[in-house]
Design a protein around this ligand. Structure first.
Ligand code: ATP
Length: 363
């Protein structure tokens, strides 16, 4: 622990006329759970493939544990990649699938079996080693793939949307387990995902990608609480941006501001402010999204623009919240939850838009 597992310097890759990766610099520490997060086509997988050695960069350097591996073949690098489709051999048992990774490295048979069992235990599959992939659930197959990756004891594990094929419930369960397994084995994990909640849940740090570049690198809290650009504010969580005239009227100065939905309290318009918050805005509830444990309200502000408010359903039912549509309300929040978002550093070509209103039930 403590050293640098991966260092990328000025990494670029073009496919035909597509600039897939543009000047990416990154350092990932030993033992980190690091996620590369971004929309489809933002270059995450290409970066991962360049770390693995499946893709050669046009320019730039890939270092693993301080060694320049840019021109080395995948098998000469101390990394292992886990893909979304698992790529297990259907005719082999789970144990044989895991042991196979050692067979091609000419590890003696006795040791192979011992280490395969150990790896299956690490992913909590003890006792299921004799089953073939078709006799395992999706989550169990995913674990076999993980055990196969761990058995070679790589220094770095690269995971490309490994939970993408699982249903939501299983995916959430695997997120918790994957994090626990990573903590147990202490290997550096580099995890590619387009799912912001997944990245926030599991990572020590996250790099947010956009159009081939890294927009921001930071801990989940830094990325969420202090987005470096409007794009990050919109991609990670619900953006809730106030800009232009609305910012002038509500915040009292120009610029772009972000307020996270759970930081805002909503009262009836006529209610006297009863708390210590100083920021306030009035408006009309335009949309209500009942989520079971909480409700999201989209409020059109009198000052212009709109804000999303998230409230826990402590007492309320779905009928109660539906009746709020069209209601006049007052929003309150602490000044220190109004975060000024730095303006974008470079011109924003078309291709993606910053969401100021939520479309999916993202929380
Ligand atoms: P996704 O989440 O959809 O996998 P991503 O962020 O991982 O997206 P990449 O797969 O790295 O993105 O792709 C970045 C860009 O490079 C995309 O425009 C993609 O179409 C292009 N690209 C990737 N691989 C190739 C290839 N082998 N040939 C041509 N274009 C490619």
């Amino acid at each position: 622990m403590g050293g640098t597992a991966i260092r990328l310097h000025g990494l670029s890759k073009t496919f035909g006329r597509t600039e897939a990766v543009i000047g990416v610099d990154l350092e990932i520490a030993d033992g980190e759970f690091f996620s590369m997060l971004g929309p489809s086509g933002s270059g995450k997988t290409t970066v991962l493939r360049m770390i693995a050695g499946f893709e050669a960069p046009d320019s730039g350097i890939v270092e693993l544990a301080g060694r320049d591996v840019t021109r080395l073949a995948p098998f000469e690098r101390d990394v292992h990649t886990v893909f979304q489709d698992y790529a297990l051999f259907p005719h082999m048992t789970a144990e044989q699938n895991v042991a196979y990774a050692l067979k091609i490295r000419r590890v003696p048979r006795h040791e192979r079996l011992h280490r395969a069992r150990e790896a299956l235990a690490q992913v909590r599959l003890d006792g299921l080693g004799a089953r073939r992939p078709s006799q395992l659930s999706g989550g169990q197959r995913q674990r076999v793939a993980l055990a196969r990756a761990l058995v070679g004891r790589p220094r770095v594990l690269l995971l490309d949307e490994p939970l993408g094929a699982l249903d939501l419930k299983l995916r959430e369960q695997m997120q918790v387990e994957l994090k626990a397994i990573q903590r147990d084995v202490g290997i550096t994990f580099v995890f590619v995902t387009h799912d912001q909640e997944e990245a926030l849940t599991m990572s020590d740090r996250i790099a947010v990608f956009r159009q081939g570049r890294i927009e921001q690198t930071g801990t989940p809290a830094e990325i969420y609480e202090r987005p470096a650009t409007p794009f990050v504010a919109g991609f990670v969580g619900i953006s809730n941006l106030l800009a232009g005239d609305a910012a002038e009227r509500v915040v009292g100065s120009s610029g772009t501001y972000s307020i996270r939905p759970e930081k805002i309290r909503m009262l009836e318009e006529s209610a006297a402010p009863d708390g210590p918050e100083h920021s306030t805005a009035t408006g009309t509830v335009a949309e209500v999204f009942y989520l079971g444990d909480a409700t999201r309200f989209l409020v059109d502000l009198d000052a212009g623009g709109s804000l999303t408010v998230l409230q826990q359903n402590l007492e309320t039912s779905s009928e109660d919240v539906a009746a709020c549509r069209g209601a006049r309300v007052r929003l309150l929040w602490h000044d220190h939850h109004t975060f000024r978002v730095p303006e974008a550093q470079r011109p924003q070509p078309g291709g993606d838009t910053v969401r100021t209103t939520p479309h999916a039930p993202v929380r």
